[in-house]
Design a protein around this ligand. Sequence first.
Ligand code: GAL
Length: 417
Amino acid sequence: MRAMMKTTVKAVAVLAMTTSLAKASDVEVLHWWTSGGEAAAVGVLKDNLAAGGTGWVDMPVAGGGGEAAMTALRARVTAGDAPTAVQMLGFDILDWAGEGALADLTATATAEGWDKVVPAALQQFSTSDGKWVAAPVNVHSTNWVWINKAALDATGLAAPTTWEELVAVLDKMKENGITPLGHGGQPWQEATVFDGIVLSLGGDFYKSAFVDLDPAALGGEQMAEAFNRLITLRSYVDDNFSGRDWNLASAMVINGEAGMQMMGDWAKGEFLKAGKVPGTDFVCIRFPGTQGSVTFNSDQFAMFNQTDAGKQEAQVNMAKAIMDPAFQSAFNVVKGSVPARTDVSNEAFDDCGKKGMADLAEANTNGALYGSMAHGHAAPASVKNATYDVITAAFNGEYADGAAAAAALAEAVAAAQ
Ligand code: GAL
């Protein structure tokens, strides 16, 4: 309680400071893009807005995956002063729209033809009750592995395409004296790894368990196997993994201290920021066994209702700037993600970005594109949080085996609905 009050007081203090500095033509933007690569991407967005005369008042809330940002947002709204624009994921957007808190962007969306260029999988979260309530800035996906090229070469093995090959590479890296898996022990990071593991056991299984929330899939044999694999991965992290931020785990792979990281493609932003080149310094592969399928999440900007006409105009300007095709290219090249529009050329993207765009299109065509559970696109926050608890407990050895963890998962998800 005290901690929550502190957060609220802090949020109100930030609010007082920002409102006194803000002009009507500014947007105050709440986001969680605070790592090196993320901050570079924010810079691209800020510059694009500035070019159109819209100023930026920053409200960063650190914490990968955005949990802390969503807590800060709730405090701001409760205090009666919502930020102008908020970075948001999947079901969170729909929740806020359901509360009637979001501005209607339909007039702008219609005038600019967003419905023709934004994939249906994204529109599902940009629209509510037939109205546009958010502007998607990118598509990320979670089933990626980022490998240090020199560390991979030192194993004498090829980039793994199956679970067995993955374990062989990890074992060899251990023998070679490095930490095989760069990982940060935070629930959302373990959940991100688990997205890939569950998907590697089959797209239909992923969908039954994480999208349809079928109790038999959540608590069955395949889920037991998924947890056994997660428990196996625990043996490849270093002793100091607990609580480590994701970008510090990326840094371990970048500098060769660790062999690989299983993380969404925002990790690529860190490699690029460090001057690393795909194919030369690092290798990007889909989580072994998941090539052809994609678990996605999309960062969207939702605009919170404002009464001031100047602020409303700034919101429209921001939404238009986000959807500009040239911006979508420039931003996503830096961020590690791919454009949220289907009509943007892949020309400016590096090999991993080109692969990301091709994989997304292929998965979309083949019905193999699924919302990421870890990043709020498979189920509402209550269910997502319930999965976090079980996944993290399993990673930390709190269940006798995978079957016990699967049983706990089915129970936790049922209770959360
Ligand atoms: C994700 C978000 C990404 C990236 C990541 C780590 O949820 O979609 O843009 O920021 O968290 O912070």
